[in-house]
Ligand binder design. Structure first.
Ligand code: NAP
Length: 471
């Protein structure tokens, strides 16, 4: 691989979540490739959804960042530029001047809507906002959720819905051992929540949650779990599908769910989580003050769609579920990226194995995507590893073929001075390590993994920088 003018292949990665750090890792571990990676992040702290998406009571999952640290971030060819907003502080044109390739790994930061009346009433929220709030994301730290509510509906049965339901059901003692944001620990410890309903529009074997996650719901010290017999028993089409399948995971999932039917309730547990199936919210209606009071549910039946999947269809049967708080957890959705083509419907940047495609379907030189902005908001953290590898293979094949941007300032130092001129208070990896240590030391005093800093200015204070941009 020859870079015009010699020197290493210089790559900018936009976003420091799993999609970004696996691209960095794959690039830097490749034998015979002389590469330098600069990773940009809008917030002062790295790791995206590992820090702000993974549930606080799933600490072990966050260990993926240790591998990244060992295999990529600690190497001299790697630089981190936190607190730099690509598209605002630094433009794509700026990046084009300094790098041979730019890979966007900026995720899918918006949420899907249900499209029903009452969705925007007070006390009806996207689950993504609640997740970002309890994880201490600076953009959401000032949000308010009325946790005096006793009855909560979580719409959807994916892993995000499971996280939200589980966090609502955890005891204060359980939460106090985690890195949940301090304000969320306080609010959840005082919460009035007694009943949580997770609402699946299809049946048990179509539920999007994974088996370890749903199993964990049956093991909570503070909450009983319940599945209604008529909803946990398979309809004929699902049963036929399961019988004809050798998917052991689906069979296990059904077994776990059915173990919750008629599960003995422990009166010492103050909360109940009910997982419902074959119901869709049709309307949310307000109380006298305009807040959520009731959710009208319509009972569904399944039918086989043209593409062969089992889809839900409303029946005439409706039911009212009185609830005071609603979280819709029906999936994330990507947002457009400045200066890149975007497919609004699927919420992704059109691409071929990671190479960004223009509106005529031609590859755009030097521009790549990885992760949710490439494939949509699906998969667990590990799914990003092969996904990033695919993008890296495309990048390296293009580099070998000489398809590169033509930077005029192609050294690490010229890139650093460009960034410093646009955002003097950028956060380096060493700065982040100081923030990390500060959080961990604060946490150690109370037996917690860390106490997160939840504002940009507080994070910058720790490293002696200021949010206003003046060093
Ligand atoms: P998801 O897995 O796509 O689940 C979305 C859920 O919403 C599905 O149950 C879906 O039902 C339902 N839904 C969609 N539209 C609906 C509507 N209009 N009305 C009612 N229900 C509707 O999305 P997610 O839970 O946001 O998770 C995103 C990704 O992150 C997933 O791949 C997930 O596994 C991953 N994640 C993993 C973990 C973990 O590993 N612990 C934690 C969090 C997230 P249908 O199936 O019928 O469409």
């Amino acid at each position: 691989m020859d870079v015009p003018g010699g020197g290493p292949l210089r790559v900018a990665i936009v976003g420091s979540g799993p999609a970004g750090f696996y691209v960095a890792e794959h690039l830097m571990r490749r034998d015979g490739v002389d590469v330098e990676v600069d990773m940009f992040e809008r917030l002062p702290t790295p790791f995206g959804l590992v820090r702000f998406g993974v549930a606080p009571d799933h600490e072990k999952i966050k260990n993926v960042t240790k591998t990244f640290e060992k295999k990529a971030a600690s190497r001299p060819e790697f630089r981190f530029y936190g607190n730099v907003d690509i598209g605002k502080d630094v433009t794509l044109d700026d990046l084009r001047q300094c790098y041979h390739m730019v890979c966007y790994a900026s995720g899918a930061s918006s949420d899907r809507r249900m499209g029903i009346p009452g969705e925007d009433l007070a006390r009806s929220h996207p689950a993504t906002e609640f997740v970002a709030w309890y994880n201490g994301h600076p953009d959401y730290a000032n949000y308010e959720f009325d946790l005096s509510a006793e009855r909560v509906a979580v719409v959807g049965v994916g892993n995000v819905a499971v996280d939200v339901a589980r966090i609502l059901c955890r005891t204060p003692e359980e939460l106090a051992k985690t890195d949940i944001a301090d304000y969320a620990l306080d609010a959840l410890s005082k919460s009035g929540v007694k009943e949580v309903y997770m609402l699946g529009r299809r049946g048990p074997t179509q539920a999007a949650f994974t088996n370890p996650e749903v199993r964990e719901l049956g093991q909570m010290p503070g909450a009983n779990i319940r599945v209604l017999k008529e909803e946990g028993t398979l309809d004929t089409l699902s049963q036929e599908e399961l019988d004809a399948s050798d998917d052991r995971g689906a069979k296990k999932k059904l077994e776990i769910i059915q173990s919750f039917i008629d599960a003995a309730a422990d009166s010492a547990k103050s909360k109940t989580l009910t997982i419902r199936f074959l119901v869709s919210p049709a309307e949310i209606t307000p109380d006298a003050n305009g807040g959520v009071a009731n959710m009208r549910l319509v009972k569904n039946e399944l039918y086989r769609a043209e593409n062969g999947t089992l889809r839900p269809r409303a029946t005439d049967h409706v039911e009212d579920l009185p609830v005071d708080l609603v979280f819709r957890s029906v999936g994330y959705h990507g947002l457009p990226v400045a200066n890149l083509p975007f497919d609004d419907r699927s919420g992704v940047v059109p691409n071929d194995k990671g190479r960004v495609l223009d509106s005529s379907g031609h590859g755009m030189t030097g521009l790549y995507v990885s992760g949710w902005i490439k494939r949509g908001p699906t998969g667990v953290i590990g799914t990003n590893k092969p996904d990033a590898l695919e993008t890296v293979e495309t990048m390296l094949a293009d580099a070998k073929a000489g398809s590169l941007l033509s930077p005029t300032h192609s050294t690490a130092e010229s890139a650093r001075s460009m960034v410093a001129s646009r955002q003097p208070n950028y956060v380096s990896y060493e700065d982040w390590q100081r923030i990390d240590n500060f959080e961990r030391e604060r946490g150690a005093a109370s037996g917690r993994p860390r106490i997160k800093i939840t504002s940009v200015s507080d994070a910058l204070d720790v490293i002696g920088k200021s949010a206003s941009g003046q060093p």
